[in-house]
Design a protein around this ligand. Structure first.
Ligand code: GCO
Length: 459
């Protein structure tokens, strides 16, 4: 009897996984869409994003060591933005944006555990003041993938006891900069940090261990919440707007009725995108990878559940980073494309419908949404304008349906160091000549400039 029940259960599971469900992949007919038909709320924020290690140059952190170890192209002087940040304000003005998202480099501010470098703090403070004087709002990220070497050597976010170091750092930064920062992002893309560093091995520390990955992501969630609570306790903390930047990457089955494509993409989608949204929505952290198939002990599977009831209260806004979906084709052993897809220079296509879907998904958390990153790697600059028009159209559609999106930050202000891809990927609205450090506005970026201009005039 029990056996029959078990077989029946397995059979039902098989049916649900293989039954030709309606595709969740939304597709619009772009030939019939006029991307000029958009509208954005009054006071909508337009900005651009960067991160310290990718633009500042001459950082010394876990990534500097990792680049050497992996023989990646070194980040080196990058855009020399550390020295040129004041003159780069002119680039923001040229675009017409009113906000700038960038990150403070933890390894500069706290080069040794508990030792804060006042000169570096002043550097960031002066810069925030200069931005304010130029009429630019500041969205400051405290952690954008890099760790000071001392923190990495302690095991970084693998250990719960290390979280306090991050809380101390964030508290210090908040105390020093609270009056010159408009929005705070605690951690950039915690799930990507976990996935690239503990599954795909392309980011430090380059381990493949799913149970450890689940711990790291859980500790990052906890770190965010503890920072949020610590800041809210501070004198100026009540008024601070604090969020997290989470990347929604929709892994989906390339062959919609194929069991393997479906199961594998669902597992990836869960750990990379959905479990973080679920955490802030319900307080439940469910990190499951392959748990249908195996016990948790094996390094290639994970099944970790924990409940943190305060999570939904630990956010003032949700930062959404969105690029595209990934269509998994197990037969090919990689991502795949639909007919007619316009590919980017990274392994994904232009898929603005996914942006619309992602906005809907993260709205379930119930907080105002800021788009903290969105942009195309396009060295030839022959798809940038299409990307900008389609994605802003998709965002406008979501807003028209009542989704509470309050701002959009393009990734990126200028070409920069794209981690394991080095300088090869060109995300910049401004093209950078890394020898002369000359910045030049790309033709395709004018689509962004035009939209901002149009909506500023309307307001
Ligand atoms: C990320 C980061 C950025 C990237 C950008 C383009 O998503 O990995 O936030 O540092 O450069 O997303 O891939």
């Amino acid at each position: 009897m029990l056996l029959r029940k078990k077989i029946m259960k397995k059979f039902l599971l098989f049916l649900t996984l293989t039954f030709p469900l309606l595709s969740i992949e939304l597709r619009w007919d772009w030939n019939k869409i006029n991307t000029e038909e958009v509208s954005f709320p009054k006071n909508f924020i337009w900005g651009v994003s960067t991160s310290s290690h990718q633009v500042e140059g001459n950082c010394y952190n876990n990534w500097t060591l990792w680049e050497k170890y992996k023989k990646y192209e070194p980040s080196g002087t990058a855009c020399d933005h550390y020295n040129r940040c004041h003159e780069d304000i002119a680039l923001l003005k040229q675009l017409g944006v009113d906000s700038y998202r960038f990150s403070v480099e933890w390894s500069r501010i706290e080069p040794q555990q508990g030792v804060f470098n006042e000169v570096e703090i002043k550097h960031y403070r002066d810069y925030c003041i200069a931005l304010k004087n130029a009429g630019i709002k500041v969205m400051l990220t405290m952690h954008h993938f890099t760790n000071p070497v001392w923190f990495e050597n302690k095991g970084a976010f693998e250990k719960e006891e290390n979280i306090q170091h991050f809380v101390n750092f964030c508290t210090k930064v908040f105390e020093e900069l609270h009056d010159v920062v408009d929005f705070w992002i605690t951690i950039n893309e915690p799930a990507i940090y976990m996935f690239q560093g503990y599954v795909r091995t392309v980011f430090p520390p380059g381990k493949t261990n799913l149970p450890k990955a689940s711990q790291v992501l859980w500790h990052l969630m906890l770190a965010h919440c503890r920072v949020y609570k610590a800041i809210k306790q501070l004198p100026a903390g009540q008024d601070a707007k604090i969020g997290i930047a989470h990347n929604i990457l929709q892994f989906e089955a390339f062959r919609e009725n194929n069991l393997l494509d479906k199961v594998i993409s669902k597992n990836y989608r869960n750990i990379v995108s959905d479990c973080v949204v679920e955490f802030f929505k319900t307080g439940k952290f469910n990190f499951k990878f392959g748990s249908e198939l195996s016990p948790t002990q094996l390094p290639y599977f994970a099944n970790f559940e924990i409940y943190y009831p305060d999570a939904p209260e630990c956010l003032d806004f949700f930062g959404l980073n969105y690029y595209s979906n990934v269509l998994l084709n197990v037969l090919k052993g990689s991502e795949d494309y639909r007919e007619g897809d316009i590919r980017t220079d990274m392994p994904y296509a232009i898929y603005a419908e996914g942006f619309y879907r992602a906005i809907k998904q993260v709205s379930e958390v119930g907080k105002p949404i800021y788009i903290t990153e969105n942009g195309i790697p396009d060295a030839k600059d022959d798809r940038r304008a299409t990307w900008i028009k389609r994605y802003t159209y998709a965002m406008s559609q979501a807003i028209a349906e009542g989704y509470d999106v309050r701002g959009f930050f393009y990734w990126s202000l200028m070409d920069n160091y794209e981690w394991d891809f080095g300088y090869y990927q060109k995300f910049g609205l401004f093209e950078v000549d890394f020898k002369s450090q000359e910045r030049k506005l790309r033709q395709g970026s004018l689509a962004f400039v035009d939209i901002i201009k149009k909506y500023k005039e309307l307001n």
